[in-house]
Design a protein around this ligand. Structure first.
Ligand SMILES: [Zn+2]
Length: 449
């Protein structure tokens, strides 16, 4: 290994220190945006040294922090970084690639960097020039098969570590987004794709991927329902927390078990709820995590319904109507019943109007996915026997991908406070048992940021 300039004994101490500090600054900021561990590897120093140098840089005004002490660096998510990396190579200047990109840009195609990065990964993985995909279809198909094999065994370049760690999951994953990028590249270069070849499976129930409330909307909902009655507020809070089907929500007589554990020095509470659902024979275990829901549950009587309605049909109608009103207030649908009746089947709006309780169930699943680091298998065990159903929810939107590596507890994204994600369930539980002051203190102590 070559000697790093700051390790060169021939240079005087002062200069070496300055060289090291400049390098840390460089690696901290865009386009590198490295974390302390990564920087520590790059400069051959301990993480605490990196930390110390960054503090000095803050004092010198070369790095900025937020009020809570987080380093500010222009956000540069992984995907865009990868795209910029590719921009520096010759890839984008290959005529077929630039023709493709221009054509997509012209048509206002969304997520162009994402599509290009995927195609680039395909070419890298099987080591071919992009133009190999513009040959006759007989030549192209073996290439795609080769890629699929590499994909199933987790050998795609720059694939997420999580996926490599789980070969079974990877072997069952779908390479659709890669196939889609190949298809787009071929078609926009003016080549025909014969009927039946390179088919991309229609995304099943893509709609569910969009039906969800963010944290702010959920809080707004609680306030909205609280203005009517304690029963409606309770229904909304519990519904969002555990996502039961409508029948279950109104007829269940859950029992709750309080759990307390200390994580990272913080005493944390949650409840385990035992609930029967009609479609399944055994009781389901659900978890009550958020402060609002814990407070409600602490006041509920075990083995009793969670509301006082005697007419269930009337209760459902009332709750559904209040949900529609709420969706209108937050701008998801029109508040005018005539407009509501006009929504086309298959649209999000139609779904929100016609099946508002099920919409909350979807929203709850989305929430559970994002607070558990998208752990499909575990979340599905709380809802269905088969995890396949949950793949719909795991399909991320572009904006989600950009937030993939954030955790509101240990790696908060100050730009996105409405749709909090957590790296692990444990961090979610700590978050839901602390106030902001405690969190800031904890992050400092644990050197998380
Ligand atoms: Zn975390």
């Amino acid at each position: 290994m070559t000697v790093q300039p700051w390790d060169n004994k021939k240079t005087n101490d002062e200069t070496r220190k300055k060289l090291l500090k400049d390098r840390v600054l460089d690696l901290t900021l865009p386009p590198h945006n490295l974390n302390r561990i990564q920087i520590s590897h790059m400069i051959n120093r301990s993480v605490s040294t990196v930390h110390r140098v960054q503090r000095e840089l803050v004092q010198e005004g070369k790095l900025q922090t937020t009020e809570t002490g987080h380093l500010i660096r222009a956000a540069q998510p992984k995907l865009l970084r990868r795209f910029l990396d590719i921009s520096k190579t010759d890839f984008l200047s290959i005529p077929s690639i630039s023709r493709w990109k221009n054509s997509m840009d012209r048509d206002g195609v969304k997520n162009v960097p994402y599509i290009i990065v995927n195609f680039w990964k395909v070419c890298q993985t099987i080591d071919v020039h992009p133009d190999a995909f513009l040959l006759d279809i007989e030549e192209v198909i073996p290439l795609i098969e080769k890629f699929k094999v590499a994909f199933k065994s987790g050998k795609v370049v720059y694939i997420k570590k999580r996926q490599i760690d789980d070969p079974l999951k990877q072997s069952q994953a779908s390479p659709e987004h890669y196939i889609e990028s190949i298809r787009s590249f071929i078609k926009r270069n003016g080549k025909e794709i014969p009927e039946g070849e390179l088919k991309v499976k229609r995304k099943q129930n893509k709609l569910y991927a969009q039906i969800r409330l963010n944290d702010n909307e959920r809080m707004q909902g609680i306030k909205h329902f609280a203005t009517f009655s304690n029963d409606l507020k309770t229904l909304f809070i519990i519904h969002n927390e555990i996502g039961p089907r409508s029948d279950t929500l109104f007829t269940m007589r859950p029992k709750f078990e309080k759990h307390t554990r200390t994580f990272e020095g913080i005493k944390c509470d949650w409840y385990k709820a035992y609930i029967y659902e009609k479609k399944q024979s055994q009781p389901y275990e659900k978890y009550i995590l958020t402060p609002n829901a814990r407070l409600i549950v602490s006041k509920l009587l075990p083995g009793k319904q969670i509301h006082h309605y005697t007419n269930i049909k009337k209760a459902k109608d009332e709750y559904n109507q209040k949900l529609r009103d709420f969706f209108a207030i937050i701008g998801k649908i029109s508040g005018d019943p005539f407009e509501q009746a006009k929504y086309q089947k298959g649209t999000q709006e139609y779904y929100l109007v016609n099946d508002p309780t099920h919409a909350i169930r979807h929203s709850c699943i989305h929430w559970l996915m994002r607070i558990t680091g998208n752990r499909t298998e575990e979340v599905s065990s709380l809802f269905w026997e088969q995890s396949d159903t949950l793949k719909i929810y795991a399909r991320q939107q572009f904006e989600d991908m950009l937030e993939d590596d954030t955790c509101a507890m240990c790696k908060p994204d100050l730009n996105d406070q409405n749709y909090r994600r957590f790296c692990t369930l444990k961090h979610a539980i700590i978050y839901y048992n602390t106030n902001e002051e405690q969190r800031v203190k904890l992050r400092e102590e644990k050197k998380w940021v």
